[in-house]
Design a protein around this ligand. Structure first.
Ligand code: NI
Length: 275
């Protein structure tokens, strides 16, 4: 299994990072993608990728950290992205929940980083979090608008996949628009929550061949660890919940998601026994 979204570089792992990587491997999670949130995080993720064969990095600036995003930031990201273990531009997107940066600034930083991904031929790792008020502007709608504009003028990779909408929690119609734009969806801890009725109803209507496994660790720990620190060793719990929701085997979920991970990021994708 591959954890396609784990913030391994954050301080929550400072005390036991090596043990976390070892527990992941022991649980069958042989690769981890560490998306960055700002330039310092990019450098930490690349240092981890240098030190660990199974760790890969995405470089980018998170919407909550893009307050001082500039052309200089783009230049720095372009240089960092030359590292051979950079598999994506991310984590980028829009966040109307925390409102740390005005929407128009978030949108400009997103557009610049989408353009950089197209220039470098890299997929993107997307974040969208809606405001709590139901009548607030929809972050998902704005993200889809940006992605559709970008996808129209960007030549599609041979895989047909341009990136992942991580921690997807939108509606079915939004998932379908995301597929049409060339995105796959990342699902993690929330699918295991016992009271996640809406997500449990939605998930079997999603395409199993357009899903990625992710933890978003240290956040969003799956049941029965909800509320505690999350870690990549918990990916099997997510695969088990998805297998139940789709009415299929864990092996099938692992094979499908790993094939999609390979199409998206160019890592993994071997069928069992093919190694
Ligand atoms: Ni994240």
């Amino acid at each position: 299994m591959i954890d396609t979204h784990c913030h391994l570089d954050l301080r929550q792992f400072d005390a036991d990072r090596e043990a976390v990587i070892e527990r992941a491997a022991a649980a069958g999670v042989w690769a981890i993608i560490n998306p960055a949130i700002d330039l310092a995080s990019c450098r930490r993720a690349l240092a981890l990728a240098d030190a660990h064969p199974g760790v890969y990095a995405a470089v980018g600036v998170h919407p909550n950290d893009c307050g001082d995003f500039s052309e200089e930031t783009v230049g720095a990201l372009r240089e960092l992205a030359q590292h051979p273990k950079v598999v994506a531009i991310g984590e980028i997107g829009l966040d109307y929940y925390w409102e740390r940066v005005p929407h128009d600034r978030q949108q400009r930083a997103l557009r610049s980083q989408l353009a950089l991904a197209a220039e470098l031929g890299l997929p993107v790792i997307l974040h969208a979090r809606n405001a709590p008020a139901p009548d607030a502007p929809s972050c998902n709608a704005d993200l889809l608008h940006e992605i559709e504009q970008w996808a129209q003028r960007t030549p599609r990779a041979t895989s047909g996949i341009v990136g992942v909408w991580h921690a997807f929690s939108g509606a079915l119609a939004e998932a379908q628009r995301a597929y049409a734009a060339g995105l796959v969806l990342g699902l993690g801890g929330p699918v295991t929550f016992q009271n996640a009725r809406r997500l449990h109803a939605l998930t079997p209507q999603l395409r199993l061949d357009r899903l990625l496994l992710e933890t978003d660790a240290p956040y969003l720990a799956p049941h029965p660890y909800r509320g505690q620190r999350n870690e990549p060793a918990y990916v099997p719990l997510i695969a088990q919940s998805l297998a139940r929701l789709f009415g299929t085997s864990v092996d099938n979920v692992v094979q499908e998601t790993e094939a999609t991970t390979h199409r998206c990021f160019g890592i993994g994708g071997l069928l069992p026994g093919a190694a």
